[in-house]
Design a binder for this molecule. Structure first.
Ligand code: GLN
Length: 245
């Protein structure tokens, strides 16, 4: 088997170590003998989601988001169709914001999104505090830890499912206790870190969703020795609890 992965705009949307998510997925596939062909999709590159099993997009400052928004919007229809057919996706921070309807940036400029998630993000302006720090979430996949650094505040539509609830940290808007969004197998989150090395169960959920979508529901993953990953997760949880009493 193989997990054909598309990484959107890695030359621009890749801050706070989001490339570590690709490194984790590659390791967790190849350690099981699963191929991991990776395609980087930058502005203007040819791209058909039907050729892939998993899609990733990382974070970026407002300037970077503006740089890729038109190209992303032009791909919006095929990406929405892929999400609707169960394609696993991981959209982090700036990428997550642009997987909603729009992001009103720190200058009040409107950056269009692609509406995979029913949400909108609004930056409160350059004088407002950013949401920065370690985060612990409670999610259907268990506890998830990471790091957030965003100015935008995200508001979910009335029936949009969050990715999780905040136990420590700001999350989507530091008001409603929600963090990220989930629609089918598409997951959006503010968590950098990078996210996946310290959250192996989430990484495996994304891999499994991609493999089952292509090879059928009988696919299973052999367990890996996650002692180091679990120790890193426990350390992050401890640090967060001490810092964010
Ligand atoms: N530019 C967006 C914000 O400030 C996203 C930042 C990011 O990707 N870390 O909210």
């Amino acid at each position: 088997m193989e997990l054909r992965t598309a990484h959107l705009y890695p030359d621009v949307m890749n801050i706070y170590g989001d490339r570590g998510n690709v490194i984790t997925l590659r390791y967790r596939c190849e350690a099981r003998g699963i191929g991991f062909p990776l395609t980087e999709v930058n502005t203007g590159d040819p791209f058909d989601p039907a050729d892939f099993d998993l899609i990733l997009i990382g974070g970026g400052q407002d300037r970077e988001q503006r740089r890729i928004a038109d190209d992303l919007v032009a791909r919006g229809e095929v990406l929405r169709q892929a999400a609707e057919t169960g394609m696993p996706m991981l959209a982090v921070c700036g990428g997550f914001q642009l997987f909603g309807h729009r992001y009103i940036d720190h200058e009040g400029g409107v950056i269009p999104g692609i509406g995979i998630f029913d949400l909108e993000t609004r930056h409160p302006g350059p004088l407002a505090d950013r949401c920065i720090g370690d985060v612990i979430l409670e999610t259907p996949l268990g506890e998830v830890v990471g790091f957030e650094n965003h100015g935008g505040r995200t508001y979910l539509g009335p029936v949009q499912q969050p990715f999780g609830r905040v136990r420590r940290g700001a999350g989507n808007n530091h008001e409603d206790g929600f963090e990220g969004a989930r629609s089918n197998n598409a997951i959006g989150t503010y968590l950098h870190g990078s996210l996946l090395p310290k959250n192996p169960r989430l990484a495996d959920e994304l891999i499994l969703a991609g493999l089952r979508r292509r090879y059928g529901p009988e696919v299973t993953l052999t367990p890996l020795d996650d002692a180091a990953e679990n120790a890193a997760h426990a350390n992050a949880t401890g640090v967060t609890n001490r810092r964010r009493q």
